[in-house]
Design a protein around this ligand. Structure first.
Ligand code: UD1
Length: 421
């Protein structure tokens, strides 16, 4: 299994191009199932997760032509050959579960494995299933699979989510596009990826209003048209490199990053003493020498501080002056990186959903291991600031969500190598 070696202490200086957003790409790929016309997606990030989704779509009968050099994927679901998403695929990558809604809407039935829990928490999908039931689908769970049927088609419905869920908002939107009549979704998530999915669906001919606000209105259509959509820039990748630049004492231009999408992070970085400025090309992050101030972090749905940046920010705070308090409000088991950061010399005490980080003078490199994508990259961030060599094991987590990670860091002066085997 590949590992990544980081020799810490080198400042990061230069430009990092921000890739297309993984969490948006996966949903717009699933949208291709809704239409018998072509969908052309630009800025498609080449990641293990997007490859997985493309493979699943092919197994369902979708033609996927993906020009890796240009990042353009052309999808055509002229006919749906299968409506089954097997356990082996859904277990490996949860977002594959999102083919359920489009298959149900287009064909009237689907059999999709339940994703199960994952390293960061239980992650149920009850809200997704309740939304489909409200639209008239019959849902049964059998042998670990969701068997869903709406043989006379889905019907528009009023669905008030009891709490904010990005996944359920997107999945209900996907299904409602082809439902008969009007669907009103209330208490929706407002993440930028939701507006991006809506933009793609609207280009395909869907009638959607209000995406990005708490209430989304969708009027079902009977057919869709050929469309072209550009996947938005990955705010989590941008945020990760912003934190990396701060950790390594650098001056980095995050080319293509949208500051509005990482406002909560920029606020925390500035409070800690990092310069973050909006420039024409994106966002420029600069830290001069001297210790940062400790600041607190409370993860919240957008526009709050994203759970997907909590681990990376914790890595940064391990070297700050004073104590920072973290509160993880989205997932129940999202501090798996804390014991690994402690192996580098960090002082972190976890109490349930809270963690107290007491800044130390230095981190010292060590071999480390992580259990999920964002936790793994937090160890890379820590490694950039640590003395000596840090070796991050289980690189496949990083490959799931960071396009050309080593190349992007190396281009800014980091000493990062992939060790194979
Ligand atoms: C979440 C994050 C998203 C992040 C992604 C990957 C939030 C609000 N969402 O999205 O920003 O990119 O993880 O790390 O920050 N839940 C249920 N039942 C459901 C669906 C969700 O109980 O049917 C719960 C989840 O367990 C979680 C909360 O609702 O505690 C929010 O989950 P949700 O937003 O759906 O998760 P993701 O879509 O994976």
């Amino acid at each position: 299994m590949d590992r990544i070696s980081i020799r810490g202490g080198m400042p990061l200086n230069g430009t990092i191009p921000i890739s297309g957003a993984k969490n948006s790409a996966l949903k717009v790929l699933a949208a291709a199932l809704l239409s018998d016309q072509t969908l052309t997606l630009e800025n498609m990030p080449e990641l293990a997760d997007t490859r997985f989704m493309a493979d699943l779509l092919r197994s369902l009968g979708v033609s996927v032509v993906w020009a890796r050099d240009s990042g353009v994927a052309t999808l055509h679901a002229a006919d749906i050959a299968s409506t089954i998403a097997p356990y082996d695929l859904v277990r490996k990558m949860r977002a594959t579960f999102n083919v359920l809604g489009p298959l149900l809407a287009r064909v009237g039935h689907a059999t999709v494995s339940l994703p199960g829990g994952c390293a960061i928490g239980a992650r149920p999908v009850d809200l997704h299933l309740k939304a489909f039931e409200a639209m008239g689908a019959d849902i049964h769970i059998e042998a670990g699979y969701v068997k869903a049927a709406a043989l006379r088609g889905l019907r528009g419905a009023r669905i008030a989510f009891p709490f904010v869920s990005v996944g359920a908002t997107e999945h209900a939107m996907l299904a409602a596009v082809l439902a008969q009549g009007e669907t009103i979704l209330e208490n929706c998530a407002q993440e930028p990826e939701i507006a991006d999915l809506a933009a793609c669906l609207i280009a395909m001919g869907a009638r959607i209003e209000g995406a990005g606000s708490p209430t989304i209105r969708i009027v079902g259509v009977t057919s869709l048209q050929p469309a072209r959509h550009r996947v938005l820039a990955d705010r989590i990748e941008a945020g990760t490199y912003a934190i990396a630049a701060a950790a390594a004492c650098g001056d980095v231009l995050l080319a293509g990053a949208n500051a509005d999408h990482i406002g909560a992070l920029i606020n925390r970085l500035r409070a800690a003493g990092v310069e973050a400025n909006v420039v024409n090309e994106g966002v420029r992050v600069r830290r001069v020498n001297g210790r940062l101030d400790a600041v607190d972090v409370d993860t919240q749905p957008f526009p709050g501080f994203p759970t997907d940046l909590q681990a990376q920010f914790m890595a940064l705070m391990t070297l700050a002056k004073g104590r920072s308090r973290f509160k993880e409000n989205i997932f129940e088991n999202r501090y798996m990186h804390a014991p690994e950061l402690t192996r580098l010399g960090a002082d972190i005490a976890v109490h349930g959903s809270e963690a107290i980080v007491t800044g130390v003078d230095k981190l010292v490199g060590a071999p480390v291991m992580a259990t999920d994508l964002r936790a793994s990259v937090s160890l890379v961030v820590a490694g950039l600031a640590a003395e000596g060599e840090t070796v991050v094991n289980r690189v496949y987590h990083l490959d799931r969500g960071f396009e050309r990670l080593e190349a992007k860091l190396k281009a800014c002066g980091a000493e990062v190598e992939r060790l194979s085997g």
